[in-house]
Design a protein around this ligand. Structure first.
Ligand code: NAP
Length: 353
């Protein structure tokens, strides 16, 4: 008789801070989690959905508690009690980078026995139990409990010129790329009018000579305090009622400028720029769920019980940006990964009586 395939206790889909934190907690609860961390493909690279999530696309991470930036060695010598200094010495270093933090989280999950498959889940069947998850390899995994932690990705406008200059001046992450030499002392364009656009434009003023903020309406969507910061900045030049028509550039130089279209019938105009940063919102990575979990109009997963990570299907939990279009921070994603792990653990315990 063929061997009956193993039913996993917990499968975690996604490998950002939420996924790895859920793995660390479920592994330590002896639930032997299996993580689908995503596939390493050119398609995923262009979509911004490679394993390790959005943090892997950033540089320094200064706001994840426990990893202060600066010379940590000197700080420890000056500030930490001598009896505790010894314990902390192996960790002394300078801050942490996004990719490094994600590798550390992955390693931490692995240390507790988490199994990792480097593939995407492309189809789910939540109608029967155990749940059935199909990977892009075609392999089917059965699971008693699932934690969805697939995150979100930055939106692009879909212009051919935008695609042509991705990584050669076009970016959707000023925080990741803003400090690169090509943007230093040069004008850049930021598209959008929300908090992200204003935050990115303000951040870029530290490097760029001028920031053209291009917004399709005559009013910013960003919160008042952030909008005021942008309006006051001498380096930010807001182009109201304007859209990005085309990214201008050449093979040799990458981005050299942008053609802006008016939404009120004014003639097109061109601005010089070495970079074009898109900040027009994010899309949660929920397409593979094919509507099988309840979602918001923007396709984020809905938490169906207040202050819990339950979704509309009993036994399926959601953590991180895939269920959060508001906080969107590494630490909040990690926190909700922990919540999902505890929710899953308790759900399994209650089921087993
Ligand atoms: P958002 O608030 O949805 O803003 C997206 C912006 O992009 C809007 O101004 C929108 O224009 C514009 N836009 C969307 N599609 C466009 C298109 N096809 N062409 C041109 N413009 C387009 O997204 P977000 O700024 O990423 O913020 C998401 C959430 O995170 C918000 O709740 C925000 O408060 C929060 N957040 C907070 C902070 C912070 O507090 N530090 C920082 C970042 C984000 P319209 O205004 O015309 O719709």
């Amino acid at each position: 008789m063929p061997e009956k395939s193993k039913v996993e206790k917990v499968v975690i889909i996604g490998s950002g801070p939420a996924g790895w934190t859920a793995a660390i907690y479920t592994a330590r609860a002896s639930l032997e989690p299996l993580v689908f961390e995503g596939a390493i493909t050119e398609e995923n690279r262009l979509a911004g959905t490679l394993p390790l999530g959005q943090l892997a696309l950033t540089t320094e991470v200064e706001n994840f508690p426990g990893f202060p930036a600066g010379d940590l060695e000197a700080y420890m010598d000056d500030s930490i009690d001598k009896s505790r200094r010894q314990i902390m010495a192996p960790h002394a270093k300078e801050g942490v980078s996004g990719p490094e933090l994600m590798e550390l989280m992955r390693q931490q999950a692995s240390n507790f026995g988490t199994r990792i498959i480097t593939d995407d889940i492309v189809e789910v069947d939540f109608d029967s139990h155990p749940f059935r998850l199909t990977a892009s390899s075609g392999e089917v995994t059965e699971a008693l409990c699932v934690i969805v932690a697939t995150g979100a990705r930055a939106n692009y406008l879909g212009l051919p010129s935008e695609e042509a200059f991705k990584n050669r001046g076009v970016s959707a992450c000023a925080v990741c790329d803003g400090a690169l030499p090509r943007f230093r002392g040069k004008p850049v364009v930021v598209v959008g009018g929300g908090d992200s656009a204003v935050e990115e434009a303000t951040f870029l003023t530290h490097f760029a000579s001028e920031v053209h903020l291009v917004h399709r309406r005559d009013q910013l969507r960003a919160s008042k305090i952030m909008a005021e910061r942008a309006l006051k900045s001498e380096k930010i030049n807001i182009h109201w009622n304007s859209e990005l028509g085309e990214v201008l550039g050449s093979d040799a130089d990458g981005v050299t400028g942008a053609r802006l279209k008016s939404t009120t019938g004014e003639p097109d105009r061109e601005v010089e720029a070495t970079g074009v940063f898109l900040a027009i919102g994010h899309t949660p990575n929920t397409a593979f769920l094919n509507g099988k979990l309840e979602m918001t109009p923007k396709k984020y997963l809905k938490w169906t019980v207040p202050f819990r990570t339950n979704t509309s299907v009993d036994g399926v939990f959601a953590a991180g940006d895939v269920a959060d279009d508001y906080y969107r921070q590494a630490v909040t994603a990690a926190g909700s990964g922990c919540m999902a792990a505890l929710d899953a653990e308790r759900w399994l315990a209650a089921r087993d009586g």
